[in-house]
Ligand binder design. Structure first.
Ligand SMILES: O=c1ccn([C@@H]2O[C@H](COP(=O)(O)OP(=O)(O)O[C@H]3OC[C@@H](O)[C@H](O)[C@H]3O)[C@@H](O)[C@H]2O)c(=O)[nH]1
Length: 391
């Protein structure tokens, strides 16, 4: 006996077939009119994959609702310390901004001022899960960045660095968006070269307690470059060095937030090890300026972004004591495992190609940060829980 297909399935089959035909036709037309991305001659043919890659870019640029007067921008980690300063700049420039943040370390209060703005949207969402939006640019910052926070749940940090970045690269490919990866100076590990140039491949312990962060950022860079080479995704990679300023999480355990908080609360400043290890500290507004310049350039990077002024932790402690209370004590605690002994960026690439140099000296930036912390600590922010010494 012949079975009749239910009408709805029959219609669905017809519609499906017609969609496939349209997609194939569009792909063919696009291949002819836009031109396929050519792979190297030694690569086997990917049976139309190049045409589909081009089609994704074409779709992104020609979406029916695409605004022409401003950009649609996704910022992952946009409620965090650096992310929220970036969002401020992008909103002030008149863009449409979508923030995705799990709020693991980010705070809604950082983006509160934009909450009801018609060009602003916020989604509490973890980038470990896919996210879709029609956007022109993706700033991918989402990841805990303080050593205390990223070691707190190492597996989750790995998933964020690997799966989160994979998801956002997949989105960039699908909608033809430019993708910027916030990588880190930690890709250099405990560097044997000084200052660090982008060509230096680093000295990273792949099984150490910091590797959940530095290795996942390294593989993030790999994935970005593979999506670029294989699928033609437009990528930008910046390696961010130590950054400080207002809105740092007061209990993130990083050296500047710890020292400023301790000095203001009348506690001794905790120096890990002998305090001779060095870092270079960049004020957040300078950093955000560099990130935006990079996104709007035509360079893939990786470019270092940081302030080349180099300070030992003892020098930093002294600077903060001078501004808050010169009478504060210093207490010495054990060094943390795999702690880099020195760090200083060579920023000649960012200076030459982006016209970027940081403008805010450490002393000046610290006074803005101290004012912000003074206000928050005055509002009853208590001493943060600290991990055991040497963790
Ligand atoms: O209370 C403290 C905290 C930290 N330190 C020391 O200060 C130095 C800087 O430590 P931080 O935790 O601020 O930052 P780190 O340089 O280790 O990691 C940083 O690297 C680059 C960024 O990408 C990361 O986001 C950031 O965590 C380390 O040597 C650390 O041992 C102290 O001496 N006392």
């Amino acid at each position: 006996m012949r079975r009749q297909l239910p009408t709805s399935i029959g219609i669905a089959a017809l519609v499906g077939a017609s969609c496939v035909t349209t997609a194939l036709l569009t792909a063919t037309l696009t291949r002819q009119s836009v031109g396929a991305v050519q792979g190297p001659s030694w690569l086997p043919s990917r049976q139309g994959a190049e045409a589909l890659d081009t089609l994704a870019t074409w779709r992104g640029k020609n979406a029916p609702n695409r605004p022409t007067s401003h950009k649609r921008i996704l910022v992952t980690g946009g409620a965090g310390f650096i992310g929220s300063h970036l969002v401020d700049r992008l909103m002030e420039e008149g863009n449409e901004v979508i923030v995705v943040d799990s709020l693991f370390t980010g705070k809604k209060s950082n983006i509160e001022r934009w909450r009801d703005h018609p060009r602003f949207e916020f989604f509490r969402h973890d980038v470990i899960e896919p996210f879709t939006a029609e956007v022109d640019q993706i700033y991918h910052l989402a990841c805990p960045a303080s050593p205390v926070h990223y070691k707190y749940n190492a597996i989750r940090t790995l998933k964020t660095g690997v799966l989160g970045t994979l998801n956002m690269l997949g989105l960039a490919k699908r909608v033809g968006a430019t993708f910027l990866l916030a990588s880190t100076s930690e890709v250099y590990g405990d560097p044997l070269a000084h200052p660090q140039k982008e060509e230096y491949w680093g000295n990273v312990n792949p099984i150490g307690v910091r590797s959940c962060y530095d290795e996942s950022k390294r593989v993030g860079e790999t994935m970005a470059f593979d999506y670029h080479r294989q699928h033609g995704v437009d990528i930008r990679v910046v390696r961010i060095f130590n950054t400080y300023g207002p809105r740092m999480v007061e209990n993130d355990g990083r050296v500047v937030s710890n020292f400023v908080g301790q000095a203001l609360r009348g506690q001794p400043l905790t120096v890990y090890g002998d305090g001779s290890q060095t870092r270079s500290f960049c004020y957040v507004a300078d950093l955000v300026d560099g990130i935006i310049r990079m996104m709007n350039s035509n360079h893939t990077g990786p470019f270092n972004l940081g302030n080349p002024g180099e300070f030992s932790m003892l020098e930093l402690a002294q600077l903060i004591k001078d501004q808050v209370d010169p009478g504060r004590d210093i207490t010495y605690l054990p060094a943390t495992p795999d702690d880099p002994t020195k760090r200083k960026p060579d920023i000649s690439k960012a200076t030459t190609h982006l016209g970027w140099t940081p403008a805010v000296p450490l002393k000046k930036g610290l006074s803005s940060m101290i004012a912000d912390f003074r206000e928050r600590i005055g509002e009853g922010v208590t001493a943060p829980p600290q991990p055991p010494a040497g963790a």
